[in-house]
Design a protein around this ligand. Structure first.
Ligand SMILES: [Zn+2]
Length: 113
């Protein structure tokens, strides 16, 4: 994942401008990290009435109430990250391949009238 060049006032809604981006939870004390789908985070925040699309990406870290699985500390940071270029090209290709398989072959048309 590659962090997007957003400032700290960026909200979760910013992910809409960056298809495929993920909220990355990063431990500032060690290297542990995990990514989440922004839609899931927004859903969770609204369900608990803690926020939503307009919650800043950085403030999501303050809501994490569990210690880092790597070092047991709680020094969370959150940021919006995009998949590395090779990952980004990999996924659409496999999706289109799947779509090709599930779609019936195009009807043969003779255009010679
Ligand atoms: Zn850690």
């Amino acid at each position: 994942m590659i962090p997007l060049p957003l400032d700290r006032s960026a909200t979760l809604a910013a992910h809409e401008a960056h298809p495929g981006s993920r909220v990355e939870l990063v431990c500032a004390a060690c290297t542990w990290s995990r990514t989440y789908r922004p839609e899931r985070i927004i859903e969770g925040l609204s369900r608990k009435q803690l926020g939503g699309r307009h919650t800043t990406v950085a403030s999501v870290a303050l809501l994490v109430r569990w210690p880092c699985p790597g070092c047991r500390r709680m020094r969370w940071a959150t940021r919006l990250s995009a998949p590395a270029p090779d990952q980004a090209t990999e996924r659409p290709r496999s999706i289109s391949r799947m779509a090709e398989k599930s779609l019936p072959p195009p009807p043969r048309r003779s255009n010679r009238a």
